[in-house]
Design a protein around this ligand. Structure first.
Ligand code: 6PG
Length: 478
């Protein structure tokens, strides 16, 4: 059977996905709310494969054979709801509707249930890799039922990136699972970029290196354990020179990081799940801080930094290596926390998410693709019930090797007054995890004193309360 699919929403991501499908021999029926985009796609790329242009949604749906397969590539939120609503009225039992946008996973759960009432399979699918990925091979994270995956999975696998012969697409889990893991993917993306930015800042501010020189350092790092798409493009951005001014590009860009929301959603979900994704949270907050120009301006005027300028760094190469170690170790922490959130989300929602399979499909196509995802895949293959990536022998040893540099960098940053919230919080998390005793015991004591919130003891089962305002006898709780 010749494969056939409909794609509606032909902005860059949708158009590139449609082209990718057509290039793989698929008959692609295309539709866009405004017809001009459809015509533009066909005019520019119609010769890349078999496209069928349609005008109205009715025409679009009628041009597809049953069971129809449709990919929606429109803005998350109200636009997706409007398109899904419109299609729902026209689709039939057994058809498959894929939402490839960055939808909020709770919306996907809701839409899956609504379409299931009509017998239409809804597949909320994370698609990562940006515009180029959509065209040349993204990482695809479809959720939904096993039956839906049977109908759409092979087609999605055929257009995904391929690493070691394996397509970067797998059935992630039921209803919202695909968009949940894409959300966490983006959270990790935020953390990764924040850490990269801190590494850049430390090399620039502490060593006085130029962006081009730092670009060379990143290019070198990309040859080793840090080998990843984000490190690679960091080198590219840092070496770029502004055409107008001849200044380093990074110096003419306003230092206020924007966000569309997936990082924030990740942290909101993590708070609900009780998973400490501190690296992702710091990254979201660092972007928020950068955007508060109205606070930064007066603060810059009056808040003092360290009383004396720090001594120049004597061992420059050693410092560069320490920054590399801080970056690597903090990055492992961020990924470990992201995978913890996926574990908790899967448990909470009853999804059977295979973490090794997820690491496998993140090895190519997506923004966080990195050589060390192969190690993560291996770790979860060795130990499917691994408590945290940090205790797997490979990562335990790799992080331990970075520990001295990591600590040096956090101390240096604090001494020099350079903000490094990602590095510092990752180290605090690491130390928190490995601590023999945490001061949480004192928090429990305080809670019991002011609110009779009770505590458990190290030496006896049960919950207890101390009669703080009486004779300080301990009594069983309740
Ligand atoms: C991807 C990216 C993509 C998008 C981010 C940007 O995986 O291809 O994550 O989804 O570029 O959502 O997010 P912000 O605008 O919030 O940085």
């Amino acid at each position: 059977m010749s494969e056939e699919i409909g794609v509606t929403g032909l902005a860059t991501m949708g158009a590139n996905l449609a082209r990718n499908l057509a290039r793989h021999g698929c008959r692609v029926v295309v539709h866009n709310r405004t017809r001009a985009r459809t015509d533009a796609l066909l005019a520019a790329h119609g010769d890349e494969g078999e496209f069928v242009a349609t005008g109205s949604v009715q025409e679009f749906v009628a041009a597809l054979q049953r069971p129809r397969r449709v990919i929606v590539m429109v803005q998350a939120g109200a636009s997706t709801d409007a398109v899904v609503q419109e299609l729902m009225a026209l689709l039939d039992e057994g058809d498959v509707l894929v939402d490839g946008g960055n939808a909020r996973y709770t919306d996907t759960i809701r839409r899956t249930a609504a379409l299931a009432e009509k017998g239409v399979h809804f597949v909320g699918s994370g698609i990562s890799g940006g515009e180029e990925g959509a065209l040349l091979g993204p990482s695809i994270m479809p959720g939904g039922s096993a039956e839906a995956y049977r109908l759409i999975g092979p087609l999605l696998e055929s257009i995904a990136a391929v690493v070691d012969g394996t397509p970067c697409c797998t059935h992630v889990g039921g209803d919202g699972a695909g968009h949940f893991v894409k959300m966490v993917h983006n959270g990790i993306e935020y953390a990764d970029m924040q850490l990269i930015a801190e590494a850049y800042d430390l090399l620039r501010t502490r060593l006085g290196m130029s962006p081009t020189e730092i670009g060379e350092v990143f290019a070198g790092w990309n040859e080793g354990d840090l080998d990843s798409y984000l490190i690679e493009i960091t080198a590219e951005v840092l070496r770029h020179v502004d055409g107008d001014t001849g200044r380093p590009f990074v110096d003419v860009v306003l230092d206020q990081a924007e966000q569309k929301g997936t990082g924030r959603w990740t942290v909101q979900s993590a708070l609900d799940l009780g998973v400490p994704v501190s690296g992702i949270a710091e990254a979201v907050f660092a972007r928020a801080l950068s955007g508060h120009a109205e606070q930064r301006a007066p603060a810059r005027e009056v808040l003092p930094g360290p009383s004396s300028a720090p001594e120049p760094v004597a061992d420059r190469d050693g410092f560069v290596e320490a920054v590399r170690q801080a970056l690597y170790a903090s990055k492992v922490v961020a990924y470990a926390q992201g995978f913890d959130q996926i574990t908790a989300g899967a448990q909470a929602h009853g999804w059977d998410v295979d973490r090794a399979a997820l690491a496998t499909i993140w090895r190519g196509g997506c923004i966080i693709r990195a050589r060390f995802l192969d190690r993560i895949r291996q770790a979860y293959t060795d130990e499917p019930d691994l408590a945290t990536l940090l205790v797997h022998p490979y990562f335990r040893d790799a992080v331990a090797e970075c520990q001295e540099g990591w600590r040096t960098v956090v101390v240096e940053a604090a001494r020099a007054g350079i903000p490094a919230p990602g590095f510092a919080s990752a180290l605090a998390y690491y130390d928190g995890l490995r601590a023999e005793r945490l001061p949480a015991a004192l928090i429990q004591g305080l809670r019991d004193l002011f609110g009779a919130h009770t505590y458990r003891r190290v030496d006896r089962e049960g919950a207890f309360h101390t009669l703080w305002s009486e004779d300080r006898r301990e009594v069983p709780a309740g």
